[in-house]
Design a protein around this ligand. Structure first.
Ligand code: E4P
Length: 225
């Protein structure tokens, strides 16, 4: 299982990453803009340094109007650490060409902005490491995002491919459990969804009960002394 925190807000990294359940961090130009982080190679290197001090992988997106531009930016971002930086590339015609060029240069790849299970065939046949379907945004566009993600997992399994289906654009924590039952094991989600994973009042009640019992038994022990 691999969980990623989907934000460029480093105050959220400080709060959530020490909990230890995240394999890495994911960002894209939209998330960088939302966090007032410049989308530049220099800034991505500084974010990568911080993310990799707290997790195992930093996944960030290249940009450019042509495959050559996407390739150039992707190479520059990943040169800092080819083992731990994964470059996201939109699964467009130009993006896929850039991803192939990057892959041949030893760069780890995540095809992203996936809205259709048939795109899993592209990822599986290229042998890229990840493909990221946007579950919530598929639902926003009248598709059944859950079903498309399950179909993608079936496709890569059927191909005998090692490509991981990195489910993105998740809007609630319960959907992770439902997808995990269907065999999906790789997710990226917002801090809000991450907090939702801890939202279980019965667990909080049980923890409080343990604390009360511990306090009572240590008070009794002190009284006996
Ligand atoms: C992934 O790269 C995107 O940042 C994200 O999953 C999109 O989520 P949203 O549709 O909730 O904005």
């Amino acid at each position: 299982c691999r969980l990623f925190l989907d934000t460029a807000d480093t105050s959220e990294w400080d709060d959530l990453l020490p909990r230890g359940m995240f394999h890495g961090v994911t960002t894209n130009p939209t998330l960088l803009a939302r966090a007032n982080e410049p989308c530049t190679v220099a800034n991505l290197h500084s974010l990568a340094e911080k993310a990799l001090s707290l997790t195992n992988e930093f996944m960030c997106q290249t940009w450019g109007a042509t495959a050559d531009e996407m390739y150039r930016n992707g190479m520059q971002i990943s040169e800092m650490d080819r083992d731990k930086i994964v470059i996201k590339v939109p699964v467009t015609a130009e993006g896929t060409k850039a991803a192939t060029m990057l892959s041949k240069s030893g760069v780890r790849i995540c095809l992203t902005a996936c809205y259709n299970s048939k795109q899993a065939l592209i990822a599986g046949s290229m042998g890229v490491e990840y493909i990221a379907p946007y579950l919530g945004r598929m639902n926003d566009n009248g598709k059944d995002g859950f079903k498309e993600c399950v179909r993608m997992q079936n496709i890569v399994d059927g191909l005998g491919s090692d490509t991981r289906i990195l489910v993105a654009s998740l809007r609630d924590a319960d959907t992770l459990g439902d997808l995990a039952v269907e065999g999906l094991d790789t997710y990226t989600f917002s801090p809000q969804v991450a907090r939702g994973l801890f939202d279980e009042p019965l667990t909080d009640d049980a923890a409080e009960e343990f604390e009360a019992a511990a306090a009572m038994s240590s008070a009794m022990a002190r009284a006996v002394e």
